[in-house]
Write a new protein. Structure first.
Lengths: 133, 133
DNA sequence: TCCGGCACTGAAAGTCATATTCACTATCGG
DNA sequence: CCGATAGTGAATATGACTTTCAGTGCCGGA
């Protein structure tokens, strides 16, 4: 994986990346949660550094930033294949859903709008299994 | 339509609704734009009143609030049938796209997550026709 | 080894779009 | 006319980023 390149990252940014990588795919963190984890490993680290680390990793394409409509804050996860997200309106939990709009559908929509579609995101909202009981 | 019920709205909320209704379907406004329009019609109106008007109309289900991932602010439009949104990454324009996830697909995803899916939103991002030249 | 520079850092301050609080005021059923 | 309730504008608070500032550290070249 990115190991060899990762070595060139400033150590604090690497620390941030390791938090996400350690959790694995499908685990989501808010900026605040990542900061909390980072402080546990390196108490003197500042919020700005974690923030800049996230920004760098996102720009490098190593992590995905998911903007949750209506939640006020974004969540981050290890870069993976495109997928949809489900957010429970009661507990706020965010779960990955293995689904993406068929390429054919996206192409059809692009033709209809006359522009170029870069990304298509699907956001599902409702009650998760636990909260819907 | 809602005419009879609309009469019961406080006049300032009705003013806000009329701005959206006057523009028709498929036209999007940010909170700030709505406030600007409102002031033109009633210069003494306060931001809070417009804000509360929007909140009320949204709760009544007369307008839709669309949270645009990564845009920092939501846009509002007259309530209509469910549809997807396309946002140009260059000019920021938001356009309606007549498409919604097939009910069958949503049902299949709900079964897979084990929860209940209330809404499914599709957000497309890319370059609009004018910006993609 | 010593130096110049640029990347990296933490704390603090700034931004921006809402949300909420406060002290009235207008309205409506009696 | 009255009291309760809803509506109002100004001001303030909030939350999540985002940028600025004043160093610090590290690296390649002389």
């Amino acid at each position: 994986m990115h190991a060899t390149v990762a070595k060139q990252l400033p150590k604090n940014y690497k620390l941030v990346y390791d938090i996400l990588r350690g959790a694995g795919h499908g685990v989501h963190f808010t900026m605040g949660e990542i900061y909390a984890h980072a402080r546990r490993k390196r108490p003197a680290i500042g919020f700005s550094t974690v923030y800049r680390g996230i920004a760098r990793l996102r720009d490098l394409g190593w992590i995905d930033e998911i903007e949750l409509p209506g939640s006020g804050s974004a969540v981050y996860e290890l870069k993976g294949r495109p997928h949809a997200h489900f957010r429970c309106e009661r507990c706020g939990e965010v779960a990955d859903v293995h689904y993406q709009l068929p390429a054919r559908t996206v192409a059809r929509l692009a033709a209809r709008t006359g522009g170029r579609i870069g990304t298509a995101m699907v956001m599902l909202r409702g009650l998760c299994r636990r909260c819907s009981v």
